[in-house]
Design a protein around this ligand. Structure first.
Ligand code: MG
Length: 181
């Protein structure tokens, strides 16, 4: 059970101020792609994703795109954004991600995975030995595999929020003010 409890929760990755990652000591931020950064049918990064990347990179934070989706979808998106990536991650399992992070020389204790799926992103991060930030999906559009996952995700997320098991990142750090740097 504990495997699916995220360390933090925020409504959107675009609400998370860079100061959150800095103050919590994260040097590496892993970003899920579909419905975390853009909807699954958005083939190239939107402008706010470029802005997010710039803000993180300016603060010397390493970023990777970590997706279960197939090679072409992930590689095209990540290459346009100019960010290294791992496709076919096999979330909720953590083995492939952990191996990748170790190969990349990432310090696991200073690494966080940000994703919109409670039953894939969060257990994958936990199993890989890193911290996790749960987000709400940015759009209602999902691929069929994800639609299936949401049947379990939605009620579970609701219960968790109700029981106060989710730590709201915004309680400590506020939301990003998009008009400021
Ligand atoms: Mg996703």
């Amino acid at each position: 059970m504990r495997k699916s409890i995220p360390d933090y929760y925020a409504k959107s990755i675009f609400d998370v101020p860079v100061s959150f990652f800095k103050k919590e000591g994260f040097q590496t931020v892993l970003l899920d792609l579909d419905n975390t950064l853009d909807s699954y049918d958005t083939l190239e990064p939107s402008s706010r994703v470029f802005e997010l990347k710039k803000k993180l990179v300016d603060e010397n934070i390493r970023i990777f795109i970590i997706s279960n989706n197939h090679g072409n979808r992930v590689s095209h998106y990540a290459e346009v954004l100019g960010v290294p990536y791992l496709a076919h991650t096999r979330k909720p399992f953590g083995k492939r991600l952990r191996k990748f992070l170790i190969k990349e020389g990432v310090l696991l204790e200073k690494c966080i995975l940000c994703g919109d799926q409670l039953i894939t992103d969060i257990p994958c991060g936990k199993r890989a030995g890193i911290k996790t930030l749960l987000l709400d999906p940015i759009s209602k559009k999902d691929q069929w595999t994800t639609r299936f996952n949401r049947l379990f995700d939605r009620p579970k997320r609701k219960r968790m929020k109700k029981k106060g098991k989710i730590k709201y990142m915004e309680d400590d750090y506020g939301k990003e003010n998009n008009n400021q740097r």
